[in-house]
Design a protein. Structure first.
Ligand SMILES: C[S@@+](CC[C@H](N)C(=O)[O-])C[C@H]1O[C@@H](n2cnc3c(N)ncnc32)[C@H](O)[C@@H]1O
Length: 251
């Protein structure tokens, strides 16, 4: 039996891919927001080796491949990986796909990658410390991690009518449970973590945090590498409350 978050994503994969419009020319870090490459958050070079964790249909790895980077993309969901296979083949990328649970990354080799990218996957990992430890372990000295995950304020209810957020306990953000998608006793979970919690873990594993971003929609949101019907109901909210929290950190 798959981890419930992987099973949940397999159930969601078709809807997510068909309703999201995700560029294969940029690294997407926030719906309707700017891309990481145009912001210069990371500067991958030809011939370097990058790992993507929780790749979905591997759009980010394909964008890196277009820059001559050797890319390895990991996801646990067979459905998502099928989408990745067709996108990789239609774009002519050389990205290598690996099926693995992100909770079990013990197979990673030390000092193997110049960069690790993970966008919107860490929130589905229950052991964030182990996840960060695995990334640190597999990066070369001086290697970079780009981590985009859900903003802790994303845990709270948006009052559409009033245009404000109902935040009762920021320090203990609620866990989002989405078990309607899967046939399991266990629930799929989205885990929201505070900025301090995540920052502290990165520092404690030895990372130097170089930047923290809370991206908001572009003036023309349709120029974003991450958009589509899936996200449209949230555009007004994202103009006031960021969807993503983005870290760049160096080993
Ligand atoms: C929101 S999608 C993000 C995909 C891609 N990075 C993107 O931004 O479109 C989350 C991805 O994480 C994967 N995922 C969630 N939990 C996982 C786990 N425990 N192990 C492996 N993959 C997992 C899902 O299969 C899904 O493809």
């Amino acid at each position: 039996m798959d981890n419930p978050n992987i099973a949940g994503w397999s159930a969601m994969a078709q809807k997510y891919q068909s309703e999201s419009d995700i560029s294969t020319h940029e690294i997407h870090i926030s719906p309707f927001g700017p891309g990481a490459l145009s912001l210069g958050l990371i500067t991958p070079k030809e011939g370097e080796k990058y790992l993507e964790l929780g790749c979905g249909a591997a759009q980010n790895s394909i964008a890196l491949d277009r820059r001559g980077v050797n890319t390895y993309a990991v996801d646990g969901s067979e459905k998502q990986l099928k989408n990745a296979i067709s996108l990789i083949s239609s774009s002519g990328a050389r990205t290598k796909l690996i099926k693995s649970d992100l909770e079990k990354l013990d197979w990673l080799k030390p000092h193997a990658f110049d960069g690790v990218v993970s966008c919107f996957a860490a929130e589905f990992v229950t052991d964030f410390e182990k996840f960060i430890d695995s990334i640190y372990y597999t990066l070369k000295e001086g290697g970079v991690m780009l981590l985009a995950t859900v903003h802790p304020l994303g845990a709270f209810e948006w009052d559409e009518l009033e245009g404000y957020l109902r935040v009762n306990d920021y320090l203990n953000p609620p866990v989002e449970i989405w078990n309607e998608q899967i046939n399991s006793d266990e629930s799929a979970l989205t885990i929201f973590r505070t900025l301090e919690d995540m920052y502290s873990v990165l520092i404690s594993y030895g990372f130097t945090v170089e930047s923290i971003l809370e991206p908001t929609p572009l003036e023309d949101p349709l120029q974003s590498p991450y958009k589509g019907r899936y996200w449209e109901p949230y555009l007004q909210r994202f103009k006031k409350i960021p969807f993503s929290l983005v870290f760049t950190a160096r080993k």
